[in-house]
Design a protein around this ligand. Structure first.
Ligand code: 5AD
Ligand code: SF4
Length: 468
């Protein structure tokens, strides 16, 4: 390998997966990964467009890279990802230092584009149908969990969302290729897969004879050597019995469902073109709770969609209370070019958005805190990621929220991992140390806002216990 590249990735997990694919292509073409931009021959920005802020980050980064280009005129700078698709050559007009622009649907043309680059700036953002004849080369980041994209694009055109404009129509990867890709990842040592798609649960619906999403989960559950299956994001309108019963039946499928509600007002949902009412959404939550009683539910919420009244907003707070989300991602509405909502009347003032945002945050903190404290005393199954450093103050004790402190042996090492419900778990270990990828039982001693703390094995608390 004679050339080096650095890639900066912004935004969602889908972008991280694309970065792994881009890295695979670049390695194939003789480029070696390098995390020092100053020593790189090619710097790529894999961009996000979901909110205005995401796009502003791209220009600030390009501004910083100008200095490097001045000191090394041979350096090539490339922009790819959603912003590249949306803005195309416009990026190079604003920032003439950019030599390479390619869209989310042109990644497999990278080898050709690199050759073109030798002759001058190269741009290609024309939407293309994905080529699903073979697996793309992929150079996965180290870790236990592998991202696997099962579908690309989205047909939904929610009124606020730029994704259908940047990632094109929905395409499901053939299930045979998905199985092949996961078997290869397991062969490389990955224990968990994270299935990705803008709308995973509409998987296969447009393809005659293809598995449904539930059918796909059942098929993947049979892969030897795989420990856990996660997926995201699910759309409420495609969340049905087929999917929930597969989640309930499949041992490897983790009991976590990310089901973005976006708003708790029927009127706002209608204008967002989400395709469900609040009651329909809550009936899916009921189905999930019924079939998967210990399941963990998370969501996305948009605050300040055009025309959102105080009453609409109250509806969102009500849905939060009814759904009892373990956690949510909250976003202030950001107008996106080319979307229907951008030109809607009654854009909500920023200060109102900020006020509502704080109210949602406060309520959700209360709910998350309560749910996590409710896990204290129980046992969760954790996949071990590795050791974590202990603070000196922890050498004496580990706090329990019920006014009790449990003393942990001074020599107990501390490890980190994730529960099936996707909680971050830090835990003390008595006895032999686990290895990354091991699955252990942890007794939860403390449920905090952002994670759990405990001890493994569950019966290992042998030290004295005292009241504070
Ligand atoms: N403004 C704010 N949030 C948005 N999202 C998508 N588009 C916008 C926008 N224009 C949020 C939605 C989606 C998540 C990935 O990002 O909540 O589920
Ligand atoms: Fe965007 Fe809606 Fe598609 Fe999700 S379902 S990617 S919010 S258009």
């Amino acid at each position: 390998m004679d050339k080096r590249f650095t890639i900066f990735t912004y935004g969602c997990q889908m972008n991280r997966y694309d970065t792994e694919t881009i890295t695979g292509y670049l390695n194939q073409e003789g480029y070696e990964s390098c995390d020092d931009p100053a020593r790189s021959d090619l710097i790529l920005l894999n961009t996000c467009s979901i909110r205005d802020k995401s796009e502003q980050k791209v220009f600030s980064q390009l501004g910083r890279l100008r200095k490097l280009k001045r000191s090394n005129p041979d350096l090539k700078i490339g922009v790819c990802g959603c912003f590249a698709t949306r803005e195309g050559e416009g990026i190079a007009r604003k920032q003439p230092d950019v030599d390479l622009i390619f869209g989310t649907q042109n990644i497999d043309k990278l080898p050709e584009l690199l050759k073109g680059l030798e002759g001058g700036p190269t741009y290609d953002v024309d939407p293309l149908e994905p080529e699903f004849a073979n697996l793309a080369p992929i150079r996965r980041n180290d870790g236990l969990s592998a991202y696997v994209s099962i579908a690309r694009g989205c047909d939904n055109f929610c009124a606020f969302c730029v994704v259908p404009h940047t990632r094109g129509p929905e395409w499901s990867k053939p299930s045979g290729l998905i199985v092949e890709e996961i078997e290869a990842a397991v062969g490389e040592g990955f224990r968990e897969i994270n299935l990705l798609g803008q709308n995973v649960n509409s998987y296969g619906k447009k393809v005659p004879g293809e598995l449904t999403f539930g059918g796909l989960l059942r098929r993947l559950d049979r892969i030897d050597g795989l420990e856990r299956i996660r997926f995201m994001t699910s759309h409420p309108q495609d969340c049905d019995k087929d999917m929930i019963s597969a989640m309930a039946d499949c041992e490897k499928v983790c009991e976590h469902l990310h089901l973005p509600v976006q708003s708790g007002s029927d009127e706002v949902l209608r204008r967002m073109e989400r395709g469900y009412t609040v009651d329909e959404y809550l009936s899916k939550v009921d189905l999930f709770r019924e079939q998967i009683p210990d399941g963990v539910l998370t969501s996305d919420v948009i605050i300040g969609f055009p025309g959102e009244t105080d009453e609409d907003f109250e509806g969102t707070l009500r849905v939060l209370k009814k759904s009892r989300y373990d956690n949510i991602y909250m976003f202030k509405y950001s107008p996106r070019p080319g979307t229907k909502a951008q030109s809607m009347a009654d854009q909500v003032p920023e200060e109102v958005k900020a006020e509502r945002f704080n109210a949602v945050q406060e309520l959700q903190r209360e709910i998350s805190g309560k749910l996590h404290r409710g896990l204290e005393g129980g046992v969760v199954e954790v996949m071990v990621e590795g050791p974590v450093a202990r603070k000196a103050s922890e050498d004496a004790n580990c706090g329990g929220s019920g006014g009790k402190l449990v003393q942990i042996s001074v020599v107990s090492p501390k490890f980190a991992g994730r529960s099936r419900g996707n909680h971050r778990v830090n835990f003390y270990v008595e006895g032999g140390n686990p290895r990354p990828g091991d699955v252990v039982e942890v007794k939860v001693l403390r449920g905090a806002l952002h994670g759990l703390e405990g001890i493994s094995p569950p019966g290992a608390v042998v030290m004295e216990e005292w009241a504070t």
